[in-house]
Ligand binder design. Structure first.
Ligand SMILES: NC(=O)c1ccc[n+]([C@@H]2O[C@H](COP(=O)([O-])OP(=O)(O)OC[C@H]3O[C@@H](n4cnc5c(N)ncnc54)[C@H](OP(=O)(O)O)[C@@H]3O)[C@@H](O)[C@H]2O)c1
Length: 340
């Protein structure tokens, strides 16, 4: 079968190479899935660059997010049958409840664990969820990491934002656009930042009326305050990390929540605790989400007929072009690789 591997010792976006691998067979409790589409997350760029996931095994198969159909069952499998349309989960053993440290090293496509960018992949039967009926494989493949993360950040922490509450999303990548779509479906007001007029136009077309170009407004938190009559937002979907957090802490209202998700601008800068204490606000880390959260998200996507925003779909043979597109930061929404 064909698979993409990350070449030994490679450490940049040209590290992905198409290779032939033996087809796997499912053992007891396992399911063989023909992968039809996979999607890229920012962490996959960091893994290619050797900046995420610890010690990377040789010839690692990348990516965690996939959609496909069940083609064979190992002994004792009860949940699935041949032909079922399924999705991978980011932490295959996290069924429900709070995150535990033991889940961290289980994510596919990182460290010692081969990922899903291959024609055939074996999964534990509990590591899959059913693909929503209203989405094709390309769309459904975008959900396991970015959409679940957006869901967890918005709806799995107290206080759950009530209709009319305001959410700030940063940029137009996978997590932020899912957060914008889910927030709008829940009756929340969305304010979105982005780097260009063209992307802001696309935000408007998605129904996000309140937008801020953060390149034109480097002090973008002041714009957020202006748009909220000086109050600030109830929740920030914080994907920028060290470079954006100080402004997020100014943009959130007293008693609000900053959901700390990403590190796009980097790590390590000292954080001033004063705005957290004085306002006071809550800063809450988010770690994707459990399978139960994924199932709850899928119900909402189906109920509101929400479709993921696809940036571009690449064939498997051009997988490294897909990664290069993410690295260039030109994308709006999710980049997908289709396996025919
Ligand atoms: N904690 C978790 O569980 C979790 C889960 C998923 C992702 N993440 C992290 O969340 C971050 C986003 O992931 P993703 O997969 O959604 O990435 P992505 O799809 O690659 O999106 C990146 C987008 O963020 C925007 N951006 C870049 N720098 C920015 C800045 N300084 N201020 C505001 N926006 C900026 C850009 O959009 P514009 O050009 O429109 O500004 C860019 O296209 C990454 O750091 C990722 O590792 C964490």
């Amino acid at each position: 079968m064909k698979a993409v591997i990350i070449r030994k010792n490679a450490s940049d976006i040209d590290a992905w190479t198409l290779a032939e691998r033996p087809a796997p067979t499912p053992g007891p409790g396992e399911v063989l899935v023909r992968i039809r589409a996979a999607s890229i997350n920012y962490r996959d760029l960091m893994i290619a660059r050797g900046l995420f996931g610890g010690d990377r095994k040789n010839d690692l198969i990348p990516l965690a997010d996939a959609a496909g159909e069940v083609v064979a069952l190992g002994a004792g499998v009860r949940r699935w049958k041949a032909g079922d349309r399924v999705l991978s989960t980011y932490f295959p053993t996290w069924a429900s409840g709070p995150f535990r440290e033991e889940y961290r090293a289980t994510a596919p496509g990182a460290g010692r664990n081969d990922g899903v960018l291959a024609e055939l992949v074996v999964f534990a039967e509990d590591a899959l969820v059913r693909a929503p009926a209203h989405l094709g494989f390309d769309e459904a493949a975008t959900l396991p990491c970015a959409a679940v993360t957006a869901w967890t950040a918005l709806f799995e922490s107290w206080p759950r934002p009530a209709p009319g509450a305001t959410v700030l999303v940063q940029g137009t990548g996978g997590v932020s656009l899912f957060a914008a779509q889910l927030a709008r479906a829940a009756g929340l007001r969305v304010i979105a930042t982005s780097s260009s007029a063209a992307k802001i136009e696309r935000l408007h077309a998605l129904g996000v009326a309140d937008t801020i170009d953060y390149r034109q407004h480097p002090e973008w938190h002041e714009e957020v305050l202006r748009l909220t009559r000086g109050e600030g937002v109830d929740r920030v979907i914080e994907v920028g990390g060290a470079g954006t957090l100080p402004r997020s802490l100014q943009a959130v209202k007293p008693g609000g929540v900053v959901s700390l998700i990403g590190l796009l601008t980097g790590i390590g800068d000292p954080i001033d605790p004063m705005p957290i204490l004085l306002r006071p606000v809550r800063v809450e880390g988010v770690m994707v989400g459990s399978r139960q959260s994924f199932i709850d998200l899928l119900s909402t996507l189906e109920a509101h007929a929400i479709r993921p925003v696809l940036d571009e779909v690449f064939p498997l043979e051009r997988a490294s072009d897909a990664l290069a597109r993410l690295a260039a930061g030109k994308h709006f929404g999710k980049i997908v690789i289709r396996l025919d």
